[in-house]
Ligand binder design. Structure first.
Ligand code: KG4
Ligand code: ZN
Length: 349
């Protein structure tokens, strides 16, 4: 069985073909980073138009690279939410059209489930497992029992983790996308210099939120430090160039250290729930962060848990995860109607 998957929910246009034997037959990806860079973030309308411009060509390229024809494809999958709705519609309509013309199933893939299932493509992973989903729009801890079968153990009550990375980068005047910029600069920074507090953890115990996250206060704490460093409200500055590289790097490193402490504290609390999972999968764009990954690996020794992250290129948005989620759904007969509506919001649980 060969599934063609399309990803257009944010700022990557991507098409991949994956088979049931876990072969990635092709993967083509066009990043819109250059398009959005000057705005410091993704502009939804530009993103949707950008997807339209390149998607047809990418689909043909993916087939060509795999040496296949449309007739050889057994199902057409597309991210059908959650995401920027204009982009989601572009990819979903393309997959539906192909499914209709070639009389093959259409598979509506939840983008989060795409991230969640990637590790089952790249390693021999069986259900159940713990899942730390950390992306630009989400921050959740889930217990995955099967395809479409998830229990939410914790989630952010405000910002997503990737969003926090992006905002810190923006405040420091670092290039978009923020996560990789912060990680890179943190390598040369002093992670002990700034003591940012940990929302939901420090101070009064928040008994109802033992496995939840909050990053908005952390972001404000970072802003205050920057204001102290530049000696004024830096939001009026066009470029916060008054911050020297050493200060920038120390902020990045301290921020990243606190983020890790928060994540590990929450995972400690998850262990108290005694779900009995022996594997922890990290997925989503922030899973590409090596500092967080190695902190998790150290943490895992305490609990005899194996931590697995997909290869970096498959942590951030891609179409391989969409095609693979399509394979997983198709095997279970979970095909979707052409009436399926695109969803800007679509929780896994
Ligand atoms: O999963 P993803 O590609 O898109 C969403 O579904 O949101 O995640 C993008 C997010 C962005 O916030 C980006 O800054 C963050 O993942 N990210 C990272 C790293 N690479 C990407 N955050 C921290 N460290 C990284 N190396
Ligand atoms: Zn994503």
């Amino acid at each position: 069985m060969k599934i063609l998957g399309i990803e257009t929910s944010c700022d990557e246009t991507a098409v991949a073909i994956v088979d049931e034997q876990k072969n990635i037959l092709s993967h083509v990806l066009n990043s819109q980073i250059e398009l959005h860079k000057k705005f410091g973030g993704v502009v939804p309308e530009l993103a949707a138009r950008g997807h339209i411009e390149v998607l047809d060509e990418l689909i043909l390229q993916a087939l060509k690279n795999a040496n296949l024809k449309f007739e050889n494809i057994d199902g057409f999958a597309a991210t059908s939410g959650p995401g920027l709705i204009g982009g989601v519609i572009v990819g979903m309509m393309a997959a539906k059209t192909l499914a209709s013309v070639y009389k093959k199933p259409f598979l509506a893939v939840n983008h989060l489930e795409g991230h969640a299932l990637t590790a089952r493509l790249t390693s021999d992973l069986q259900f159940p497992f713990l899942l730390l989903l950390i992306s630009g729009g989400h921050c959740q801890i889930l217990f995955a029992r099967g395809v479409g079968n998830y229990e939410k153990l914790g989630e952010t009550i405000d910002d997503a983790l990737g969003e926090a990375f992006d905002k810190v980068a923006q405040m420091l005047g670092l290039p978009y996308p923020g996560g990789p910029s912060v990680e890179k600069l943190a390598l040369i920074g002093d992670e002990k210099r700034f003591k940012f507090s940990k929302p939901l953890i420090d101070g009064a115990k928040h008994k109802d939120h033992l496995c939840d996250f909050s990053f908005s206060g952390l972001k404000t704490a970072v802003r205050r430090e920057i204001e102290k460093l530049v000696g004024e409200d830096f939001s009026h500055l066009t470029t916060p160039q008054k911050i020297n590289e050493k200060d920038q790097a120390d902020i990045c490193a301290s921020f990243q250290r606190v983020v890790c402490e928060i994540v590990l504290n929450r995972l400690d609390n998850v262990q108290l729930l005694e779900k009995g999972a022996k594997k922890l999968i990290i997925a989503g764009g922030v899973a590409a962060n090596r500092y967080i990954f190695s902190a998790l690996q150290n943490w895992s020794k305490k609990y005899d848990i194996e931590v697995i992250a997909p290869p970096i290129a498959l942590c951030t948005d891609n179409a391989v995860m969409v095609a693979w989620a399509g394979v997983e759904k198709m095997r279970l007969g979970l095909v979707d109607s052409l009436e399926f509506k695109p969803k800007a919001r679509w929780e896994l649980v």
